[in-house]
Design a binder for this molecule. Sequence first.
Ligand code: OAD
Length: 228
Amino acid sequence: MNMKNLVVLTGAGMSAESGIATFRDADGLWEGHDVMEVASPEGFYNNPELVLDFYNQRRAQLKFVKPNQGHFSLQKLEENYNICIVTQNVDDLHERAGSESVLHLHGELRKVRSTKNEQLVYNWEENLILGDLCEEKSQLRPHIVWFGEAVPMIDQAVGLVEKADILVVIGTSMQVYPAAGLLSHVRYGTPIYFIDPDPSIKESDFNNLTIIQEGASKGMEELLTVLL
Ligand code: OAD
């Protein structure tokens, strides 16, 4: 069967109902920290222990959270569509819901990499501390794209969006580039569905955009009635 290409862009709101805090909903702080303190190379340089500890906590949290109905609804769509998910999230909840194709634009909590050679990436389940070294004897750091760093997966993501027959966007404030710019890469006229309880864009901003002003689970339930 020749299935349509459905590309899904997800942000922190996708995982909110699983109990993972979003970035910009709580007075600009992320789990009590200034984002630049824990998500920038400068922050890591200034206080590596704080940054490692911050991501250790986020990684440990993954053991206690589960995919929500929104993640499962997306997986269900795989019966009818050729689905590629492009996520800004560093958790693994899409994978744990069974989604087959997930591209992590901003890295993954369950991986770490060398501070010297970014090609050296390792799976990592436990805490990462100062003194944990790569095979070339350099300090390891979280495999997370921090502010000011290149986003190596962006070209692949653009390629996917350009081939989309339908684009679905879930739970992102559309403030962080280049991810937010992906919407403008759809072919003209491609239907776009945007699920967010507090959407940062309006229907007139893009051609053929439908806003579903709901949380991820409820919004996906509504979308399934449109797409199935
Ligand atoms: P934000 O925290 O900026 O935005 C979260 C969005 O989720 C907002 O638009 C909320 O309205 C929405 N939201 C809240 N609850 C929701 C729910 N139950 N269902 C659906 N949506 C809900 O998160 P992102 O846009 O993902 O980067 O932030 C982008 C990037 O900024 C992140 O990947 C991260 C951060 O700095 C890095 O860590 C590199």
